[in-house]
Ligand binder design. Structure first.
Ligand SMILES: [Zn+2]
Length: 366
């Protein structure tokens, strides 16, 4: 009896993977929602979200690519949303009409997707395109379950475009480039600690809607820049730098729980916010920290003040976001519209619309 169960599961899993090994129709140009194909009784929808036809044709700033199947169908269906298909971007996967007892499962490439349930009953998951992702085609393969308990299969093919990141030459205190032994050891311990925090087990999402910038109106340097410190090539920039004067308030981009506060070698005074669903935001180089570890914060909560601690050329906020081990541009998350599935209640103490704030001058600091 037990072996039957196991073999059934193996066969089912094999059918799931085999279904997606079949060639799928590919659409070029803008995203096209495709009809369903029935293959050996398996329902399969295929689409290719290709936001830019050519690498030179950069997708416009906040234009969101979306793809979805037949929304009118009573059967479960998935859709995807993203700003661009490039290294450092996030793809949001939404499943509607799924059986409430059996969450969707699936893969992005070889990575298992973790679905969380939104307030309206939809299931959401993130597929992260890490800063270092190789370009080319990646698949999203989902196994959904109808309200009648029958499995449904959904697939999409994403074409990840190459991206040229500009090179930045920066001059900082030489002690941050040629590290003393004690500093090198400290930086290594801190990197391990960050790794452990970002690897924390998936938990239900804590954020309740769209994300906002921690310093609305501040000018930003680009995520992913290749950085040369004092003539030495270092790791690419894994966050966005928001330029603001020392003491400017830094607010939480969304609801979450404070996972870490404290000084770090490179990052200076740092706050890390756990938003659940494997998503973290990091605020670095602060002059002052105004929250405690373990504290739950609402969107807009002042976490600290802009400073110039750690490896910097002047006061600014370094804002990073991580999805597990993947480094993603925080503004690719700000660009996502969760409101259909996570409508932040108007009674929320913080407004979803950012209050008008001063435009801070460009001080060209990092
Ligand atoms: Zn930075």
């Amino acid at each position: 009896m037990k072996s039957d169960l196991i073999s059934n599961r193996v066969v089912r899993r094999f059918a799931f993977r085999a279904a997606f090994a079949l060639p799928l129709a590919v659409f070029s140009g803008d995203v096209v929602a495709a009809p369903y194909w029935r293959l050996s009784g398996i329902m399969l929808s295929a689409m290719c979200g290709d936001a830019a036809a050519a690498p030179s044709q950069a997708p416009s700033g906040n234009a969101l690519g979306t793809a979805g199947g037949d929304a009118a169908a009573a059967e479960p269906n998935a859709s995807i949303q993203y700003r661009a298909l490039e290294p450092g971007e996030v793809v949001l996967i939404a499943v509607e009409g799924n059986n409430r007892a059996i969450p969707p499962s699936g893969f992005f490439g070889r990575k298992t997707l973790s679905f969380f349930r939104a307030s309206g009953g939809a299931y959401l998951a993130f597929a992260a395109l890490d800063l270092g992702i190789s370009t080319g085609t990646r698949r999203i393969d989902l196994e959904l379950t109808g309200t009648d308990g029958r499995p449904h299969y959904w697939g999409a093919e994403l074409l990840i475009h190459p991206k040229q990141f500009p090179v930045q030459e920066l001059n900082v205190d030489p002690n941050y480039v040629n590290l003393r032994k004690t500093d090198a050891e400290r930086a290594e311990i801190e990197a391990d600690r960050l790794h452990d925090i970002f690897a924390r087990k998936y938990s239900p999402q804590l954020f309740k809607g769209n994300f906002i910038s921690p310093i609305p109106g501040a000018l930003t340097s680009r995520f992913g820049e290749r950085r040369v410190f004092n003539g030495v090539l270092k790791a690419p920039h894994s966050g966005a730098d928001l330029r603001a004067p020392e003491g400017a308030p830094v607010q939480a981009c969304a609801e979450g729980k404070i996972a870490f506060v404290g000084p770090m070698f490179y990052q200076g005074n740092t706050v890390i916010l756990d938003h659940g669903a494997g998503l973290f935001s990091l605020y670095a180089h602060l002059s002052k920290i105004l929250v405690r570890e373990g504290e739950s914060v609402s969107q807009g909560k002042i976490l600290g003040q802009v400073g110039a601690t750690g490896r910097v050329t002047g006061p600014h906020l370094h804002w990073g976001t991580q999805l597990g081990a993947a480094r993603v541009d925080p503004f690719s998350i700000v660009a996502l519209d969760f409101s259909r599935w996570l409508p932040r209640r108007p009674a929320s103490p913080s407004a979803t619309k950012a209050a008008p704030s001063p435009k801070y001058p460009d001080r060209s600091t990092r």
